[in-house]
Design a protein around this ligand. Structure first.
Ligand SMILES: C[S@@+](CC[C@H](N)C(=O)[O-])C[C@H]1O[C@@H](n2cnc3c(N)ncnc32)[C@H](O)[C@@H]1O
Length: 279
């Protein structure tokens, strides 16, 4: 049990920011404390923030290990199958009808906090299926970003254990994956992979993006404090084209000023449409 040393905790957050550029103070305190406690236990040092501060000073490689612990990369293909079905059956038809009306053939999608790639590749699969023979009439880009460089390297390789594919049926697996050396590992096929561009990006301090039709930011904001959640939701609003959609995680909520800027189109699946009248 770590003593309730708020001063030590705050100094530690400042030290991590100075040294790594990652602003830990924007994550939920309780979440951060749990991750630090796990590191302290694993190292076996005196259970105090000051003790951990000293350890970091003497062992700079620990910064990377701590950041690995803070960026939880749990994901899977079709995580929350119903959400992706709703995107395919409810969101895509509306979006494509809108595109046709505006005579636009460009589709821009952002997977923010993409981890090791399952989410952006899942989006690629549903686009492939939805657009079918008209696929080549569109210019499609899926921008997939994450703060975690190691996760992005794995995402670019696009090779997964069978466990990550457990929600995908056999016929989809054979359509979209190649088996790797018969090793119970699967590589995503190029026909999906070529839609996706991976990029390192910190949602807290990184540049602002724009002109997206769809933004997925699922199971990322849950780790952040309320203030940052509110700011990010406004950033997503600004990053969407008129009539664009935001999809957040099933346990996440719309909060702050952004509440009036989006219309909820599917409550259960947390799908929101940009309410352009409120720009
Ligand atoms: C639990 S995964 C979610 C993956 C995927 N979106 C999903 O729903 O399955 C959370 C991801 O958020 C990323 N993340 C955490 N803090 C971040 C930040 N400040 N900026 C960008 N990505 C961040 C982590 O590295 C991790 O890959």
């Amino acid at each position: 049990m770590i003593s309730n040393d708020e001063l030590g905790f705050n100094l530690l957050k400042k030290k991590i920011l100075d040294r790594t550029g990652v602003d830990c103070s924007k994550y939920k305190d309780n979440y951060l404390k749990r991750r630090i406690a796990l590191r302290i236990k694993a190292i076996g040092i005196d259970p105090s923030y000051t003790g951990y501060y000293r350890f970091l000073e003497k062992n700079p490689s620990e910064y990377d290990t701590l950041l690995d612990g803070i960026t939880i990369n749990v994901s899977e293909f079709f995580r929350d199958v119903d959400t992706f079905n709703a995107v395919k059956k409810e969101v895509m038809p509306q979006l494509l009808a809108e595109k046709t009306k505006r005579k636009s053939r460009i589709l821009r999608i952002w997977s923010a906090g993409c981890s090791i790639g399952e989410e952006p590749y899942t989006i690629g699969i549903i686009l492939y299926e939805k657009l079918g023979p008209t696929l080549n009439e569109f210019v499609i880009s899926i921008q997939a970003t994450d703060i975690d460089g190691k996760a992005l390297s794995a995402a670019k390789a696009g090779i997964y254990d069978a466990e990550a594919l457990k929600k995908i049926d056999k016929s989809r697996i054979s359509k979209y994956f190649d088996s790797v050396d018969g090793n119970d590992k699967y590589r995503i096929k190029d026909k999906v992979k070529h839609f996706v561009r991976f990029q390192k990006h910190d949602l807290i301090s990184g540049k602002k993006f724009s002109h997206f039709d769809l933004i997925f930011c699922r199971n990322v904001m849950i780790y952040f404090g309320r203030e940052l959640q509110s700011r990010l939701l406004l950033d997503f609003y600004d990053a969407l084209n008129d009539g664009g959609y935001l999809i957040i995680g099933r346990t996440e909520t719309m909060t702050g000023e952004a509440k009036d800027k989006f219309v909820c189109v599917n409550t259960r699946e947390r799908i929101y449409k940009k309410n352009s009248k409120n720009s």
